[in-house]
Design a protein around this ligand. Structure first.
Ligand code: SF4
Length: 380
């Protein structure tokens, strides 16, 4: 890995959590005119031995080759349900490919077309930082009453920590159920790594007060909290956020309402609490898609989620007015690392019998992470 790789990703604080590496193959040029034909030929040659999964935030040039599109949970389920495909090409980010590897059979191999497609939120919680926090909770006597709840958008190592410590994984759609389950098994929740999803769920779905939540900052001694604050908190939130959703503001909401009085604001629960509180509808990626599809013709939506998805929704629903909540918020840069040249490179290598960029979780982490994922699947 070079310094340039690290700077490119802007994640140079913890080298152990880096996934950014240069692609070691000869990538076709983005401008090559025959790229779509090459991808089509490779996809046909690979047939049903390969499944291509595409996350909703991927570019159109990639999504057109996906057998299944979905959010991270739906794609992990799709990978788990397919026992035929020997190779799963995951057009998404690193933690999603890890989850697919954990949930698929040992003979199935998961490929991430560009290893630099990480997630800045997942990288905000390293295994060693989380372990340090847990050791402090243990010393304080609160670990035994605390249940970890970890968002799907986390590394396999953090899911493994969760499984080992009797916790559960959650998605943005089942976070209320996961947190209620945790409170029926303990007195406190340790929510990782997205503070906004944890806070929004605690306050808006479980009826807690903002003061019931404290934020553990891994860069400060004792997380920047006093022992009393830790003892009295109902939810200890990890100081992580999504670098895309975290940028929407309440001013974006008031500006769009002033400009389009009939607009409904629809945002993802990874947005900040005041943004979520001022929106008309809050929903996971799949819920956003469903809401727009089910809304009447002529309805107006300002959507606060990743730009590729909003643009695709606008194209797919020409009978509705669909705008992006804020013009200055951009694409998810790491999701966008996967482009057609990387997909062609990964598929053509497979046609030639070469597996490139395989994502493989170590057996111990896979075992404990699976426990936490299975607890999620068994939620009432
Ligand atoms: S949109 Fe946010 S949470 Fe999703 S991959 Fe990008 S940085 Fe991570």
């Amino acid at each position: 890995m070079t310094l340039t790789d690290l700077l490119l990703l802007g994640r140079n604080s913890d080298p152990t959590s880096e996934r950014g590496v240069s692609c070691d193959g000869a990538l076709p040029a983005q401008s090559e005119p025959g790229l779509v034909d090459r991808a089509t030929r490779a996809r046909l040659a690979l047939g049903s031995q390969v499944m291509v999964l595409g996350h909703h935030y991927q570019r159109d040039e990639v999504i057109q080759f996906a057998d299944i599109t979905g959010d991270s949970f739906k794609l992990a389920q799709a990978a788990a349900a397919n026992s035929e495909a020997e190779h799963i090409i995951f057009c998404g980010v690193h933690f999603m490919a890890e989850s697919a590897d954990i949930l698929t059979a040992a003979n199935q191999q998961v490929i991430l077309p560009d290893l630099a497609a990480g997630c800045s939120m997942a990288d905000m919680a390293s295994a060693s930082q989380v372990q340090t926090a847990w050791e402090y909770f243990t010393k304080l006597g609160i670990a035994s009453k605390t249940i970890p709840v970890t968002y799907m958008n986390s590394s396999a190592a953090i899911k493994s920590f969760t499984g080992k410590n009797h916790g559960v994984v959650c998605t943005s759609s089942n976070a209320p159920r996961a947190m209620s389950w945790a409170l029926s098994h303990g007195e406190k929740i340790f929510f990782l790594p997205d503070q906004h999803l944890g806070r929004n769920t605690a306050v808006l779905s479980l009826g807690m007060k903002l003061e019931d939540c404290v934020v553990w900052n891994p860069w400060k001694p004792q997380g920047g909290l006093t022992d009393d604050e830790l003892r009295s908190a109902k939810v200890i939130l990890w100081r992580g956020h999504c670098s895309v959703h975290g940028r929407f503001t309440v001013k974006n909401v008031s500006d769009i309402r002033a400009k389009m009085p009939a607009v409904k604001v629809l945002v993802h629960p990874e947005c900040q609490n005041d943004v979520v509180a001022s929106a008309d509808v809050v929903g996971s990626t799949e819920a956003i898609i469903r809401h727009v599809a089910e809304s009447p013709a002529g309805s107006q939506w300002a959507i606060g989620t990743e730009l590729n998805l909003v643009q695709r929704l606008a194209k797919g629903h020409p009978d509705k007015v669909i705008v992006f909540l804020d013009k200055t918020v951009c694409y998810c840069s790491t999701m966008n690392r996967i482009d057609l040249p990387h997909l062609v490179w990964a598929m053509e290598n497979l046609v030639n019998g070469q597996v490139v960029n395989r994502i493989q979780v170590n057996p111990t982490d896979a075992h404990y992470a699976r426990l936490a994922l299975e607890r999620m699947l068994a939620l009432p």
